[in-house]
Design a protein around this ligand. Structure first.
Ligand code: F6R
Length: 367
């Protein structure tokens, strides 16, 4: 049932190209120029009435939501807040009938996420679920659902569910943009074409698993490391850090690259690994300055960057891993893949139970 892979996690990492294709299939018009989310009951009129969006989830699903925030703000120019589901109800959030609440949950059964959904509905919001399980509590109770078609996810550490959630956000962001007229047709078509290229680009990354394995083996000798990035790279840094902690038990922290110098830089000493994401071209120079701050204190930096930037990157990092070029908003769907592989191989090198990490359950049904 592991289809020749040693672990479910590795199998699921490798299933991502298929999960992307399946999640997009039937949701893009035949000419490839527009999104067609025919499963939604949300009418154009309702969409025009939305004045704020709340994205609520836990763990990895929340990290997908952090990318979702940028996607919706950039594509649809609607203000978006993201919340940890276990905090949402207790901060008396401002929820009105003009609020769209998006809950993200692979399993569709996470207790805190479900409670947040109910609170949102009680206050009259329209609730959209992004979930991987048809017929789950979240799918049933939400007003609308976009089902990610990642297929069953067995490994406790979420991989293909996360990336399929990103695909769902890209599609939904474009759906909002088409309805609100915030992006022109040419842009929508361009973004969809770039999305169609993602599965093959992920395959290219997967073909370099051996390189990531070597990097993971060197990282596994440390007990403390950092992930840094700006913009969507920061959201991906959070996910990379969670994945590593979850299955390798190596402590790591993710920081917005510019925030390190406000305290955390004190923890950087000789040899501490720093994984820096550099996929946002407009933020490249700024992140490079932050990398230099860590290197001046002895950090060993691994850079994840866009193909074509080899020379510039080589000047500031110790090791690099290039991802294929795509649109800036789409890089998370690629850059997270080497980080998933990194945590997988680090866990393996340390001899841990990759698929069933200690203290964790696949579905968290307690608050
Ligand atoms: C981490 C992981 C968890 C889940 C979280 C929410 O790899 O899997 O952080 O993302 O427990 O679960 P769902 O998405 O089922 O609501």
């Amino acid at each position: 049932e592991k289809a020749g892979f040693d672990h479910f996690m590795l199998k699921e990492i490798h299933e991502q190209p298929k999960a992307y294709r399946d999640t997009m299939r039937g949701r893009v018009s035949e000419d490839g120029r527009s999104v067609a989310l025919s499963e939604l009951s949300l009418t154009p009129e309702q969409i025009r009435g939305i004045n704020r969006v709340h994205i609520v989830a836990c763990g990895t699903a929340l990290h997908a939501g952090l990318v979702g925030k940028t996607i919706i703000e950039q594509l649809a120019r609607l203000p978006v807040e993201t919340d940890v589901a276990s905090e949402y109800r207790y901060r008396s959030p401002i929820i009105t009938p003009e609020t769209l609440v998006i809950v993200v949950s692979q399993s569709g059964e996470t207790a805190d996420t479900l409670a947040a959904l109910r609170e949102a509905k009680r206050n009259g919001a329209h609730v959209l679920a992004i979930t991987n399980v048809v017929g789950s509590s979240v799918a049933r109770e939400a007003d609308d659902a976009i089902i990610t078609l990642a297929g069953p996810e067995i490994a406790v550490a979420s991989t293909k569910a996360y990336t399929s959630q990103l695909i769902a956000f890209y599609l939904f962001g474009l759906h909002l943009a088409q309805t609100l007229g915030t992006q022109d047709e040419a842009f929508v078509a361009k973004m969809l074409a770039a999305m169609q290229a993602l599965p093959e680009q992920v395959e290219k990354i997967l073909a370099q698993a051996e390189t990531v394995k070597e990097l993971a083996e060197s990282i596994s000798k440390h007990n403390n490391l950092f992930f840094i990035g700006r913009g969507v790279d920061y959201a991906v840094a959070l996910e990379g850090s969670l994945k590593l902690k979850e299955i390798s038990y190596i402590h790591s922290e993710a920081y917005a690259a510019g925030e390190l110098k406000h305290g955390t830089l004190a923890l950087i000493e000789e040899g501490v690994p720093v994984i820096a994401l550099l996929t946002q071209e407009d933020l490249f120079e700024k992140t490079v300055s932050n990398i230099k701050e860590t290197k001046a204190r002895g950090a060993h930096v691994l850079g994840i960057f866009n193909e074509g930037h080899e020379e510039e990157v080589a000047k500031s990092v110790d090791r690099g891993f290039a991802i294929p070029r795509t649109l800036p908003l789409l890089t998370p769907a690629l850059s997270v893949v080497p980080l998933q592989l990194l945590s997988y191989y680090a866990s393996l090198a340390l001899g841990h139970d990759v698929d069933k990490p200690r203290n964790l359950a696949k579905s968290v049904t307690v608050e």
